[in-house]
Write a protein of this length. Structure first.
Length: 414
């Protein structure tokens, strides 16, 4: 029954288009995120959660009341409703693969898109599982609707088993995590917890205690446009100059294609260009925050060289702070990781301490003073039409959360 209910939740959520938009100046960046936020608030009320709210920013909060005879500290379970702007999430058509047998997965609407075992070693660990993909034309949205579904299912099970002695659990869903704004409007005083856990990770049994530190760079080249027939000595082509800039970025190092583990990178991911003006958006990533300044200096050195070659062009670089490695802030609440490890063990899994080559709402929350490691929820291949999720791993995540509520129920408020 748990698997069926969990699958039904997940499919209901992923069919909603909740893509965020980093060019928007509103919060949330897209109104369609509010559809899922309001749905989740309604579902929280229907299952009997307390203190349910959904504010104008689409932030949902609700409480699974504690059941201990003593006063136990409250913790938060956090997931985000938005999906990545990097690929369409309109008209998601989930495909179900039951009792997965270890084969490549050809996606129905676009047979050129194949989730290959050779490129996805995680597939070797999910034999016999129920997998969910798309038809190849959209994202799945498992990042982070797997996390949303897992939290909602855990809340439902805790509400149905009030004999379990558990701490108060604050359910929290945010918007715009994919564009780095997930906690901008989140009121930590209203949340009122000692620590949080984001459900935004792959596999099962993993506990993420480090993320990248991250900045964004926006490179803008302003040129001079004129009709090409009279362009000699007049035209300054911003497209060509920006192209040269990008060609001078390292490729054998400092790129996502050539790095893994603790290696950082520079990653251009979006270009808008015309002769008169061309811009590129890039992300700067490293586990050591100080390395971001070195990456920014590298960009500036390339710009300085091009300014000398094209004195009539204007080349600017704007660096925007995004988030920082959660590692340093987690020491302020050592129980956060210890309780997660105990909950994973209670589920029958072996805890695996891992790092994220990316960021979560937990990165920002930890920086703001709320320690918030990240937990597995069965999502894989995010930001891609080759995205997939394991229902069995999601079900394991539900068990981890219910045990986590019991672990924190053994604590007492001072």
């Amino acid at each position: 029954m748990q698997h069926a209910a969990l699958l039904e939740r997940f499919l209901r959520y992923v069919r909603l288009d909740t893509q965020s938009d980093e060019t928007s100046t509103t919060y949330p960046s897209t109104a369609k995120q509010l559809v899922l936020s309001r749905m989740l608030a309604d579902e929280c009320r229907a299952m009997g959660l307390a203190d349910v709210s959904c504010d104008e920013f689409g932030i949902v909060m609700a409480t699974v009341p504690g059941t201990t005879p003593h006063s136990a500290p409250a913790i938060a379970l956090v997931a985000h409703v938005d999906t990545s702007p990097e690929y369409s999430s309109t008209n998601v058509r989930p495909q179900i693969v039951e009792n997965y047998a270890g084969h490549d997965l050809i996606l129905a609407a676009d047979p050129t898109k194949v989730i290959r075992v050779g490129e996805n070693p995680e597939l070797k660990t999910v034999l016999g599982h129920t997998l969910i993909t798309t038809d190849g034309t959209t994202l799945l949205g498992g990042d982070d609707k797997a996390g949303v579904a897992v939290i909602m299912q855990a809340a439902a099970e805790l509400m149905a088993a009030r004999q379990r002695l558990v701490a108060p659990i604050r359910v929290c869903f945010t918007c715009d995590e994919e564009i780095g704004r997930g906690t901008d409007k989140l009121d930590l005083q209203k949340l009122n917890v000692v620590c949080g856990y984001t459900l935004d990770g792959g596999g099962q049994g993993q506990i993420d205690s480090e993320t990248f530190s991250a900045d964004q760079a926006v490179i803008t080249v302003e040129g001079v446009n004129t009709h090409p027939s009279i362009g000699k000595g007049v035209m300054v082509n911003a497209v060509r100059i920006l192209s040269t800039f990008l060609s001078r970025l390292p490729t054998a190092r400092l790129s996502p294609e050539t790095t893994d583990g603790r290696d950082g990178f520079l990653h251009p991911y979006h270009i808008e260009a015309s002769v008169s003006k061309a811009t590129a958006r890039m992300i700067l990533r490293d586990f050591e925050t100080a390395a971001l300044a070195e990456q920014a200096a590298l960009l500036e050195s390339i710009a300085a060289s091009l300014r000398g070659e094209h004195p009539r062009a204007t080349i600017t670089i704007e660096i925007k702070r995004q988030y920082r490695n959660m590692r340093d802030g987690l020491v302020n609440e050592p129980r956060a990781l210890a309780k997660a490890e105990a909950a994973v063990k209670a589920t029958g899994l072996t805890p695996e301490h891992t790092i994220i080559r990316g960021g979560t709402d937990g990165s920002l929350l930890t920086e703001k003073g709320l320690p918030c490691p990240n937990l597995s929820c069965g999502q894989h291949n995010p930001h891609s039409p080759l995205e997939w999720a394991s229902l069995d791993e999601m079900a394991s995540a539900v068990k981890v959360l219910t045990h986590l509520a019991e672990e924190w129920g053994r604590e007492r408020m001072p």
